[in-house]
Design a protein around this ligand. Structure first.
Ligand SMILES: Nc1ncnc2c1ncn2[C@@H]1O[C@H](COP(=O)(O)OP(=O)(O)OP(=O)(O)O)[C@@H](O)[C@H]1O
Length: 640
């Protein structure tokens, strides 16, 4: 019997919920009225799910409790009477397993709980599988007996998708600090890292050998794993000079330290740094702790070595790629941070059989991503069948997807095999899933649950083995609110979402994409065009790209066709309203608010400092603010 804890400070509502849940076969472990009461009850009763009201008496609310539940990997569903704006956004950021809005219908409550249990189980299953994969890969790396840097590089590369970082530093130090090795890997591409050994650290930070030795010998020890966000990160930099110089050099904003071996004779620690604030949390510590044995044993051989070996390793500053695994994502071009996250997700999810939901504006590359997932999966030898749900007439979708028998309906002259059967053993990509009529959504749900389909006019269900990847550019949550998309289907598909950023959010990728399309189309149209001028690229960087990568692709195609020179000097950008045009106020224009002015000011300073926040010459120093204060201002004003 599944156990649910209700957290609700209106006792009437609490008891009403308890009645419904008990008669639906759940065991209610209690009704708590505050966060503290709930935490005690959770420790004692170990419920499977927590149903919690957002508004609670006392200083902490339901969202505070939710954060704690996320850290413990527990399922929870929110209950609230009013859900809007900032509160909704904050609640969503805690990744709940469902929402129930008061007043609610009994049926909706039970369906939401049903879906929440399913999703939780699935996400646990999927993360368990991912973790097993990672554990296995790390064990293989442990047995690698080549060069140490290559070995650590492999560890860094493998762990990236699970504990994201811009810099991973391995610290190996003996008790009296006569030998300290610090080997850092700075991420500079999807699987490209620059190695920073001692000499490189001296070069990039500009400090001298003696100072570095002093810094090494005063490295603080840590008895247990710890993460540092916001003020704590500043505090870390004040206490730990190595962290300070690394953070100042590369603009890091958060860190996670994980000691793997620490006794009287040796300290070995993994130090993760990120340019984003608030990157690390309890879930990362928990994952690393579960992998402690293998993470420690990877460096076991170094234990003795660092005591005897006084020679710092000779390291290369050349970017390194992990050998034998230079991955091709089926032609996906992109090295910007947001795109690297998408590639990490593709890399993680491809080998598993989980359904995937790809979200993103039109033309951002959703189909490309789906193809890449299929190509990197164990199903790549089998078909990938693409179905555009928007382009099929409503009355034909069902027979297109599931097939029909001869004579199943007027006009069904022949038997037809549906797309699901065509994809047998492979993958089906359901593009524009938001357009699927509601009655077919029910049938799709059944396919997901039962792994079987029914042909129109057929005699019974047919078992199928197909992985489902769906995509949409619609706001599915809004579609659900307006009754056009089924909640249960949404949650079943949402097990692993991949969100593709718009081109405006990754302008760093524009030069590489442009060059990629120039070389593709000049080959296709047999034109001798070798590049593009810096002025033309600057124009492109300044454009708002409403049509995303597809628009850029078409623009380059047209430009290549019209171009008479070997270097493109000008691109004919359409006159879409650019969001970067003059900021001069127009006559009669609305006056800017203080916040808008502050936002513009910060953006300008950031531009002048090349986006750098910390350190000498960074935006925080220019404005005379501590980096963390600037960071919170940026967060409040929505500056990314
Ligand atoms: N990162 C990328 N690298 C190279 N080509 C890309 C990339 N992203 C998109 N493209 C190209 O841009 C075009 C549009 O991409 P795609 O069709 O995958 O977008 P989509 O999001 O599925 O669009 P829609 O929502 O309209 O279906 C395609 O020709 C694709 O090959």
């Amino acid at each position: 019997m599944k156990k649910i804890l209700i957290v609700e400070d209106e006792s009437l509502v609490g008891h009403h919920l308890k009645l419904i849940l008990t008669s639906a076969g759940y065991k209610v472990t209690g009704i708590s009225e505050s966060v503290n009461e709930a935490l005690t009850s959770i420790d004692e009763q170990k419920p499977d799910l927590v149903l919690l009201d957002i508004h609670l008496k006392g200083v902490s609310n339901g969202i505070d409790l939710a954060r704690k539940l996320t850290e413990r990997n527990m399922a929870f569903v929110y209950l609230t009477a009013n859900f809007q704006g900032a509160l909704l956004e904050e609640a969503k950021s805690t990744m709940p397993f469902g929402f129930i809005v008061k007043p609610f219908r009994e049926d909706d409550l039970l369906t939401t709980l049903d879906v929440a249990f399913y999703r939780h189980q699935n996400s646990l299953e999927s993360s368990r599988q991912q973790e097993m994969e990672l554990n296995q890969k790390l064990k293989e790396i442990r047995n690698y007996d080549g060069d140490r840097v290559q070995k650590l590089l492999r560890v860094a590369d493998k762990i990236q998708a699970y504990v994201p970082f811009d810099y991973l530093n391995f610290i190996l130090k003996n008790a009296n600090s006569t030998t300290v090795t610090s080997i850092g890997f700075l991420r500079i591409g999807f699987d490209e890292y620059q190695v920073l050994g001692e000499q490189e650290l001296l070069n990039v930070t500009g400090i001298d050998h003696i100072s570095l030795k002093n810094i090494y010998s005063s490295l603080p020890t840590l008895n247990r794993a710890k993460y540092f966000n916001d003020e704590e990160f500043d505090h870390l930099c004040n206490q730990n000079s190595l962290s300070k110089i690394i953070a100042d050099t590369y603009d890091f904003e958060s860190a996670l330290f994980f000691p793997v071996l620490q006794d009287n004779s040796v300290l070995i620690r993994y130090e993760f740094y990120s340019r984003k604030g608030n990157t690390y949390g309890q879930q990362h510590v928990a994952l690393l702790s579960r992998l402690l044995n293998v993470l420690g044993s990877i460096l076991e051989n170094d234990r003795q070595k660092i005591i005897t070996d006084h020679q710092p390793s000779v390291l290369s500053t050349e970017p390194l790629l992990p050998k034998e695994r230079i991955r091709d994502f089926d032609g996906i071009v992109g090295q910007s941070r947001p795109m690297l996250t998408v590639l990490d997700h593709i890399d993680t999810i491809s080998p598993l059989d989980t359904s995937v939901l790809i979200l993103g504006e039109s033309g951002t590359g959703k189909e490309r991503v789906a193809k890449s997932i299929h190509a990197l999966s164990g199903r790549s030898g089998k078909p990938l069948v693409v179905v555009n749900c928007a382009s099929l007439p409503a009355n034909l979708i069902e027979s297109e997807l599931f097939g029909h028998e001869k004579g199943a309906f007027t006009g069904a002259l022949e038997k037809r095999t549906g797309k699901f059967e065509m994809a047998s053993g492979g993958t089906i990509f359901l593009d524009e899933i938001g357009e699927l009529p509601i009655d077919l959504q029910v049938k799709l749900l059944r396919v997901l649950q039962e792994q079987e389909i029914e042909r129109l006019g057929g005699r019974g269900p047919i078992k199928i083995d197909v992985r489902i990847i769906a995509a949409t550019n619609r706001d599915l949550e809004k579609e659900m609110e307006e009754g056009r998309f089924r909640l249960d289907l949404y949650y079943r598909l949402f097990v692993f979402p991949i969100i593709i950023p718009s081109l405006r959010e990754r302008i760093d990728d524009i030069p590489a994409l442009t060059n990629h399309f120039i070389s593709y189309f000049s080959k296709k149209y047999k034109k001798q065009i070798s590049g593009i001028s810096p002025e033309a690229i600057a124009q492109m960087l300044d454009y708002a790209w409403p049509g995303n990568v597809r628009e850029l692709e078409h623009l380059i195609e047209r430009t290549i066709l019209l171009s008479k020179t070997s270097i493109i000097e000008q691109v004919l950008l359409p006159k879409h309203p650019s969001d970067k045009t003059s900021s001069e106020p127009q006559a009669g224009a609305r006056m800017k608010t203080i916040d808008e002015n502050e936002r513009d000011y910060i953006i300008n300073v950031l531009k002048n400092c090349n986006g750098r926040i910390r350190g000498a010459g960074g935006a925080a120093a220019v404005m005379g603010l501590p980096p963390t204060t600037l960071h919170s201002k940026m967060k409040r004003l929505g500056i990314k």
